[in-house]
Design a protein around this ligand. Structure first.
Ligand code: XMP
Length: 494
């Protein structure tokens, strides 16, 4: 019988004196202060790109984790200039509904406002408003002709839930309407003159052609840096996996005008992930595609060759990750970003630094290392808008947070990918933990602090833009003593 060889011909075993490459992470380095030409923080521009096609005013992406990103936080983050990626641990219908909520949260003209037929009841309107977070319904007949408007005020205190909406609506003749060609400024004046909040647009035949709301106009004034699509709607992304219903899911999300699909897999440099990426690219040639996660130059190159418009970098740095402990695999995050950004820059593809960012210093270092944006889990999980449950412990407020490869999250994902009866939890090898994080208040306040710190950090690097940082920033390695010196010490807590 032929002897089984344990090494292929020409292959050599490693030796113990072999040189291993050095991997560095955020705490291993500091940014060297350099001469800055900026005289005010306002001259510093934090604009960047998420993908080849999508620009953002701030380089922040909220993570596709089930305790971090659903519609509420995606709206909050997009308003201040970043973007949220809706997680995929939901049925297709629910994930699509979350995307819809973001896309409908704001627009110049809402092209397809929610409508109900005249025969529908108060009960149905209340249920719909509750489910869709909507405060108004336009009543139209079968031919699309506008008959009236029902707002929450018309229905919340109604005793007879079976009344038809025609009995409670403001009828067409008492509504202020405009023609579809109205400009934004004219619409603002009409809303003000009549002291109304909704301006339905009606064409020459009396058919509904859109809706302008005072809330949209106010939001545009309040959030001038919001990340928006060509129709003035907030941008949003959504994650898909590489198995099961991922193609069907992606198609439904694209149908709902999702701005970017994120191929979400812990080890993105596998044949299965590359094939899934190729299929998504083929099926959606005009949709921005983010792929990951990888931590090497080869992984980045392979994803870009299969059609990624941005590459998500990070294997194991996340705050809830145990991948490196369970598998022994990973690359310290700063080195991973530098290596991946080097090959991505040649191909003009942005890098998203995903995981391990604990403060604005880490954020600045990740961008200086070559990332175009940063994905945040932990820092946003504690915000009011995150979907995690609020927990009170010893009088303090926390929010539930967990790794997406933690035991229960993995069980849920497996059930979604390939439903099985009587799942055996002992077969699941978890690579993440379940935890809580301190409650941090509104996302906008957390983001203001992070971006303020980033602006200062950019100024210390002598950079006015993120692109400048890639060439201007100088890292210095520090010892554990150097890092200890960076922390507050020898003082009592206030
Ligand atoms: P932070 O540090 O911001 O990181 O909380 C968020 C990123 O962590 C990754 N992630 C995981 N990685 N096991 C892992 O190895 C997990 O269970 C897990 N859950 C999330 C993910 O890339 C996320 O964006």
């Amino acid at each position: 019988m032929e002897k089984v060889r344990d090494m292929a011909p020409g292959q050599e075993r490693m030796t113990s004196d072999q040189e291993f490459p050095l991997g560095l992470t955020f705490d291993d380095v500091l940014l060297v202060p350099r001469r800055s030409g900026a005289t005010s923080r306002r001259q510093i521009d934090t604009a960047s790109r998420l993908t080849r096609q999508i620009e953002m005013a701030i380089p922040i992406v909220s993570a596709n984790m089930d305790a971090v990103t659903e519609s509420e936080i995606a709206i909050a983050v997009a308003r201040v200039g970043g973007i949220g990626i809706i997680h995929r641990f939901l049925s297709i219908e629910r994930q699509v509904a979350e995307v819809r909520r973001v896309k409908r949260a704001e627009s110049v003209v809402l092209a397809r406002p929610y409508t109900f037929g005249p025969e529908r009841t108060v009960r149905e309107a209340l249920e719909f408003m509750e489910e869709h977070g909507s405060a108004g319904l336009l009543i139209v007949d079968a031919g699309g002709e506008l008959l009236g408007l029902v707002t929450a005020r018309d229905v919340v205190f109604e005793d007879d839930l079976d009344r038809p909406l025609t009995a409670v609506m403001t009828p067409r003749e008492r509504l202020v309407t405009a023609s579809p060609g109205i400009t934004q400024e004219e619409a603002r004046q009409v809303l003000h003159r009549h002291r109304v909040e909704k301006l339905p647009l009606v064409n020459g035949e009396g058919r509904l052609a859109g809706l302008i709301t005072s809330r949209d106009i106010l939001n545009r004034m309040k959030y001038p840096n919001a990340t928006k699509d060509g129709e003035g709607r907030l941008r949003v992304g959504a994650a898909v996996g590489i198995r099961g219903d991922y193609l069907e899911r992606a198609a439904a999300l694209v149908e709902e005008d999702v701005d970017v699909l994120v191929l979400d897999v812990a080890h993105g440099h596998t044949e299965a992930a590359l094939q899934a990426l190729e299929r998504l690219r083929e099926a959606h040639p005009h949709t921005s595609l983010v792929a990951g996660n990888v931590a090497t130059a080869e992984g980045t190159r392979d994803l870009i060759e299969r059609g990624a418009d941005a590459v998500k970098v990070g294997v194991g740095p996340g705050s809830t990750c145990t991948t490196r402990i369970v598998t022994g695999a990973g690359v310290p995050q700063l080195t991973a970003i530098i290596e991946c950004a080097r090959v991505a820059a040649d191909r003009d593809v942005p890098i998203i630094a995903d995981g391990g960012i604990r403060n604005s210093g880490d954020l600045t270092k990740a961008l200086a290392a070559g990332a175009s944006s940063t994905m945040l889990g932990n820092l946003l999980a504690g915000t009011e808008e995150s979907p995690g449950a609020l927990i009170i412990r010893n009088g303090r407020q926390y929010k539930a947070f967990r790794g997406m490869a933690s035991l229960w999250a993995s069980a849920r994902r497996q059930a979604l990918d390939a439903p099985v009866e009587d799942e055996d939890l002992s077969q699941i090898v978890a690579e993440g933990v379940e935890a809580t994080v301190p409650y941090r208040g509104k996302a906008v306040d957390v983001l203001v602090q992070l971006i303020g710190g980033l602006r200062s950090g950019m100024s210390y690097c002598g950079a006015r833009t993120i692109r400048d940082m890639w060439t201007q920033a100088q890292f210095m390695r520090v010892t554990p003593a150097g890092m200890k010196e960076s922390m507050p010490r020898d003082v009592e807590p206030a």
